[in-house]
Write a protein that binds this ligand. Structure first.
Ligand code: SAM
Length: 282
């Protein structure tokens, strides 16, 4: 069954009386070049792949060809009428119905992928919870090799922004702390049904074995980073003092110790400078 063919997709959906739910971020891929490239970037035949949101299984089928095993987690139980048909020739695929943010993914990985050399996450993510899912996967420190996902183009640029540049935000700092990041390619909005309003991009986050910086207290570092980028139009001093209720004078003194001006904005600091500043304040 060719799931890149719009007429096939329409007929599969019509047979199951399926209508798209915008609230679940349901834009299904029909661009035939995207899934093979994503699957090749995420997996080889020794990789176990966790897919989030298989939809009607277009990426799942491709992952099934590249990976040792695929476990796909889908929230929408209406797809129980479709996935067994579209994936009937994929013996190494299992579909689990549930919310990926509520499942015990450590347990899932242990139960399904203990015979795989590495584990990857590969998905065309539901856009309404893209950052939440990526942050959750990184911060929970799941034993992953890489996260290869399609997200909105703007989200890709934010997630993969270099720390110390204008586009950087708290999520870019988190990504840089846990992974080596790369935007692989862009995908035009016409490659989906229904057609979304914005273009997309595929990013690959290769998980680092250890963070590129050392911080005294990780929890404090991440709440400092969130505070530093919370009020983007303000200086770092104002944003942090407003959000964390830290005295402005101690912040200015800490910046001065690092040779940074007191008017500096958070987006101008490198990862190392953010870490040193947080350590001084603690
Ligand atoms: N992979 C398919 C494709 O590329 O055509 C569908 C991608 S669509 C953008 C996102 C999918 O994620 C939908 O099938 C949606 O039902 C599912 N989804 C939404 N929220 C989810 C959640 N919290 N957990 C698991 N799946 C979810």
């Amino acid at each position: 069954m060719n799931l890149y063919d719009i007429n096939t997709v329409k007929s599969v959906l019509a047979k199951a009386d399926f209508s798209f739910k915008k609230s679940l971020g349901q834009n299904f891929l029909i661009n035939g070049e995207v899934c093979p490239a994503m699957a090749a970037a995420a997996a080889d035949d020794k990789t176990g792949v966790l897919e989030i949101g298989p939809g009607i299984g277009v990426l799942t089928k491709e992952l099934s060809l590249h990976a040792k095993k695929v476990v796909a987690v889908e929230l929408d139980e209406r797809l129980k009428n479709i996935l067994p048909v579209t994936l009937n020739d994929c013996a190494n695929v299992e579909v689990i119905y549930g919310d990926v943010l509520r499942l015990d993914l450590f347990k899932l990985i242990k139960e399904h992928f203990s015979d795989c050399e590495r584990v990857a996450v590969c998905a065309n993510l539901p856009y309404y919870i893209t950052s939440e899912i990526v942050m959750y996967l990184l911060e929970s420190r799941l034993p992953l090799d890489n996260i290869t996902v399609m997200v909105q183009k703007e989200a890709a640029e934010r997630l993969c922004a270099e720390v110390g540049t204008r586009k950087a935000g708290a999520v870019s700092v988190t990504v840089s702390y846990y992974a080596k990041k790369e935007i692989l390619f862009e995908v035009d909005k016409t490659g989906f049904i229904p057609t979304p309003k914005v273009d997309s991009a595929v990013i690959r986050l290769k998980i680092l074995s250890s963070p590129p910086i050392t911080v005294k207290d990780e929890k404090k570092f991440f709440s400092f980073v969130k505070a530093a980028f919370a009020q983007r139009r303000k200086t770092l001093v104002n944003s942090v003092s407003n959000t964390l209720k830290i005295n402005k004078e101690s912040l200015k003194k800490a910046l001065c110790t690092l040779g940074l001006p007191e008017t500096v904005r958070s987006e101008q600091l490198s990862l190392e400078e953010l870490a040193s500043l947080c350590d001084i304040l603690n």
